[in-house]
Design a protein around this ligand. Structure first.
Ligand code: PGA
Length: 259
């Protein structure tokens, strides 16, 4: 098994002081352990610069944004570009999260443009995909995910695709406390890896990171991360408490040791 990657998506949570305390709490816990697992914190945009300062000083984690503009530069009031993110040392950026698809009408086409922007500035896009409850009930979950990936990510040339991370997040599991079973997660991750293999070849498929997200917590993380094709997690609610988040990182280490 390759080392896991654990990404904390704080969403629109924390005040300035709470954000600082959370970063410091995570650093203090990680200082005493040697990790193989990669750790990325995605705080709200306003706190990215503090996070990159702490990341530079501690060398324990990387920093990711939760979104970026599909445009490069110019008169787009309120937007934050990939160019700006790169200029303060942001290394990752979540794109196409189901909350952005639902509340901000993001289409696969928009997501593809954001991915292009990020790659242009050397930022790793963490591209989210996942079916709704209705799609799963109807047995269309694989097709739904295939369409999202085909339109938002698979258009890339292989050398660019290889820089991206995929996060499978079934919409019905996000923030609901209802996690996909390890078998459901493994089935979808294997399906996605297979799609990658068909399009980009075996080596690229093996090296690709496919994360699971959706009510992942310290209790269920080891079992999820022990699945062959689950390379780590995109963690929402449980990334807002240092102890919980660090326990999930430790689950990543346990899964590697035991498999
Ligand atoms: P959750 O969110 O862990 O709170 O379910 C995951 C996500 O939306 O990235």
């Amino acid at each position: 098994m390759k080392p896991k990657l654990i990404i904390g998506n704080w969403k629109m949570n924390t005040s300035f002081d709470e954000a600082q305390d959370l970063i410091i709490g995570i650093i203090e816990a990680l200082e005493s352990v040697t990790l193989e697992t990669g750790v990325v914190l995605c705080p709200p945009a306003l706190y990215l610069e503090i996070a990159t300062d702490h990341a530079d000083d501690s060398d324990l984690f990387n920093v990711g944004a939760q979104n970026c503009s599909e445009y490069d530069n110019g008169a787009y009031t309120g937007e934050i570009s990939a160019r700006m993110l790169a200029s303060i040392g942001v290394d990752f950026c979540i794109v196409g999260h189901s909350e952005r698809r639902k509340y901000f009408n993001e289409s696969n086409e928009t997501i593809a443009k954001k991915v292009n922007q990020l790659l242009q500035f050397g930022i790793v896009p963490v591209v989210c995909c996942g079916e709704t409850r209705e799609e799963r009930k109807a047995g269309h979950h694989c097709e739904a995910v295939e369409k999202q990936l085909a339109e938002a990510l698979f258009q890339l040339p292989k050398e660019h695709f290889e820089q991206a991370v995929i996060a499978y997040e079934p919409v019905w599991a996000i923030g609901t406390g209802e996690t996909a079973s390890p078998q459901q997660a493994q089935e979808m991750h294997a399906f996605i890896r297979n799609l990658i293999e068909k399009k980009f070849g075996t080596e690229t498929a093996y090296n690709s990171y496919i994360l699971y997200g959706g009510s992942c917590n310290a209790q269920n993380a080891v079992e999820l991360f022990s699945q062959n094709d689950v390379d780590g997690g995109l963690i929402g609610g449980a990334s807002l408490k240092a102890d919980d988040f660090v326990a999930i990182i430790e689950a990543g280490e346990t899964a590697i040791r035991e498999n």
